[in-house]
Ligand binder design. Structure first.
Ligand code: SF4
Length: 711
């Protein structure tokens, strides 16, 4: 039996979870003399069953990377220089105390979907109780926020997958809408393959013929941003073919069906840019399937109309009676390691722990009672992520920002503008373990702990809560993040509520804080999780967990679902080139870890810019007179980049793809000002773009100079 604890001082094995994606594979970390020497997948992992991906296997490399932050760094004379914790915390006191005394809203907090549940909880408590600022949000706004918004407004809560992954094998039709599972969540492919081996069909609906599309075998290459229209077309045909039989009574059924009447196949095929015959074939297969499953990813969700796009797919699932049924229904494929728990426990600007609402007087009273304050002392909701970043350094906006485990200089929309905003702050305090691009702009960097240097829990994409166990101690003067937050509370003179005797006291408080919330973890404990992982809600220590969520009645005012009529934009002009951004299999998010990981880089040497270059279809390259490896300019209304060109025959000719893991690349081109009205998600996945050879700019500049000379 594998040793699961970290108490022994000799050679030992500690089981913990991966630092990267939302699958949350389990590893056994082999430790000797305080060093993590080896990492092995385990067949006992309830999610991946012994499989892992290359990122997980390479995760040990990050722990002792030469650039690992091991001391606080304070900016002096323009340079970040090592200082003691005492000097760092004195800076915090001097920087924040005057702001907190006069205008706490001028202090912002920016968190992450990679934080454990306990850190998520503590960060929200720190913002509301110690700083008393309304302005806290996190990078999950850039992830699955649109799916979360659609689920919440339809059925009252949001668990990415309302069923265990194993159910997928029982589906006879799986639609992957904007989801490249083979590269982003590789162990999940085993469930897709199991469905296919039983005769199920897998469709990839994506402007790119991704690795997933190739494995799936069925690919519908829709135009970026048209996924919602496709769903409306399917609803139209289901109605025409007599396949409407809603899961349960719901509000809005008639209105949703009336809207779909306006989306006949010829219109939908034209707007989605697919042959009508392929649309009809997909519809026929959906109509005939007994357990069709719709899974959306970021490709469908990261739009200015992402919530409505998800809503359209959710409506289809609900109207045809599959939503919430085993093996079928709808789900969103959460991306970040704790993307699920990170959106439940209070780092969202409008949220309190347990997926409570900061706007609800009862929820405010419940948290105030736990935290020992008056409900009125808790701030109201403040700025959501992109607006928070946009407000940095602006008159009347944010003057000091605390960032925990996030790198918005790379990951935010309009990264160029966001960088300038962060530079305009009086104080930028970054807690991280490697010098991210955001940390390099900081006035103070505090060295935090990494994944196997901390205790906690994470919640994976199927709502499964698992223990993350501490295997080794953070190097140098680096500290566990939860301790740093408590240190900051003490530094600003507000230690009450942050004087934990140890991590266990914090963890138990976190579990208690969720009691009565929609995301109720109060039946959990470290001991229970040592016996088995559990899917929330878990309401009693001796009670069951909840593998299957989304059964009616729902936690809404009257127990009914409400289907909303999606508002979808007109299609882009036919000759418009559209930029879409996304991930590569060997990188993760803003690349702070994976761009430094020698094992990952060694396996994927850049060839002709294939690693981070601009991908276009060969026809597009030919039409624009461009050659492989040539430097090209991508220009949008928000910025411009120059990168090498690479060919991707699997792309639509009207689509340009750029991976988003690098600074000075994809997000310099995306729009920081247009957000989904419901989720506040930027439109990462569709930006009108101009493509031209780099020598055209040189020529243009030379011609401009010539014109000046000639008058
Ligand atoms: Fe598993 Fe995701 Fe980690 Fe890969 S990155 S090992 S799929 S948790």
């Amino acid at each position: 039996m594998t040793a699961l604890t970290s108490s022994s001082s000799g050679p030992r094995v500690v089981r913990t979870t991966c630092p990267y994606c939302a699958v949350q594979c389990n590893f056994d970390v082999h430790v000797e003399n305080g060093l993590a020497l080896k990492l092995m997948p385990t067949r006992e992992c309830p999610v991946a069953h012994g499989t892992v991906c290359k990122k997980g296997l390479a995760a040990l490399n990050d722990l002792r990377h030469p650039e690992r932050l091991i001391d606080p760094l304070l900016r002096k004379n323009g340079e970040l220089v090592p200082v003691s914790w005492a000097e760092a915390l004195a800076y915090v006191r001097g920087a924040l105390t005057p702001l907190l005394d006069s205008n706490p809203a001028a202090v912002g907090v920016f968190g992450s979907g990679s934080l454990t549940n306990e850190k998520t909880y503590l960060l929200g408590k720190f913002a509301r109780l110690a700083l008393k600022t309304p302005n806290i949000d996190y990078n999950g706004r850039y992830c699955m926020a649109s799916a979360s918004a659609a689920l919440n407004r339809t059925v009252g809560y949001d668990r990415g997958l309302g069923f265990p992954l194993g159910d997928m094998a029982g589906s006879d039709l799986i639609l992957l809408v904007g989801a490249n599972i083979a590269e982003t969540l590789p162990p999940i492919m085993q469930y897709l393959k199991a469905a296919r081996d039983r005769g199920g069909l897998i469709y990839s609906i994506d402007p790119r013929a991704t690795v997933t599309a190739k494995v799936a075998g069925q690919h519908l290459a829709v135009r970026p941003g048209s996924d919602g229209v496709l769903a409306l077309g399917l609803i139209h045909l289901m109605k025409r073919w007599g396949k409407i039989r809603p899961t349960a009574p719901a509000h809005g059924l008639a209105e949703v069906l009336a809207q779909a009447s306006a989306y006949p196949p010829e219109r939908v095929a034209a707007e989605c840019g697919v042959p009508e015959s392929e649309l009809l074939l997909l519809a026929k297969r959906y109509a005939e399937a007994t357990r069709p499953l719709i899974l959306t990813g970021r490709g469908a969700e990261q739009h200015a109309h992402g919530t409505d796009t998800v809503q359209a797919w959710l409506n289809l699932s609900y109207l045809t009676g599959h939503f919430g049924k085993p093996g079928g229904g709808y789900g969103t494929l959460t991306g970040q390691g704790n993307g699920q728990g990170g959106r439940e426990h209070g780092q969202k600007t409008d949220q309190l722990p347990g997926a409570r609402s900061l706007r609800d007087p009862r929820h405010r009273a419940e948290m105030a009672a736990l935290w020992g304050c008056a409900p009125g002392d808790l701030p109201q909701p403040g700025l959501s992520a992109q607006n928070l970043l946009n407000a940095c350094g602006q008159d009347g906006g944010i003057e000091a920002l605390i960032v925990l485990g996030s790198n918005p200089v790379v990951s935010a929309a309009g990264a160029g503008q966001v960088t300038e905003s962060l530079k305009a702050l009086k104080h930028l305090i970054v807690i991280d373990f490697l010098p991210s691009e955001t940390a390099k702009l900081a006035t103070l960097v505090l060295p935090g702990g990494m994944w196997c240097e901390e205790e906690g829990t994470t919640t994976n994409l199927e709502g499964r809560v698992q223990r993350r166990r501490k295997a080794i101690t953070a190097p140098g003067a680096a500290r566990e993040d939860w301790r740093i937050l408590c240190d900051l509370a003490a530094a600003v003179g507000r230690p009450q509520g942050f004087e934990y005797a140890g991590f266990r006291e914090l963890q138990d408080e976190f579990f208690r804080a969720t009691k009565g919330g929609k995301a109720d973890y109060s039946g959990l404990s470290a001991e229970r999780l040592d016996r088995a992982s559990a899917q929330w809600p878990v309401r009693h220590p001796d009670g069951p967990d909840t593998p299957h969520a989304y059964a009616p009645t729902y936690p809404t005012a009257d127990g009914w679902a409400t289907l909303h009529v999606p508002e979808l934009p007109a299609p882009a002009p036919a000759r418009q080139l559209t930029l879409t951004t996304g991930r590569l299999g060997h990188h993760y998010q803003s690349g702070t870890q994976t761009r430094r990981n020698t094992a990952l880089l060694a396996k994927n040497p850049a060839k002709n810019g294939a690693d981070h270059g601009v991908q276009v279809h060969p026809e597009t390259a030919r039409d624009y007179g461009l050659r492989v490896g040539e430097e090209v300019i991508l220009r949008t209304a928000h910025g411009q980049v120059t990168l090498p060109l690479t060919l991707n025959p699997g792309l639509r000719p009207d689509t340009v793809f750029l991976p988003f893991h690098w600074p000075e690349a994809a997000n310099l081109l995306t729009d920081p000002g247009t957000l989904d009205p419901h989720s506040h998600m930027p439109a990462f996945k569709a930006t009108a773009v101009t493509l031209l050879p780099a020598h055209a700019q040189v020529f243009s500049a030379a011609r401009g100079r010539l014109e000046v000379i000639l008058g």
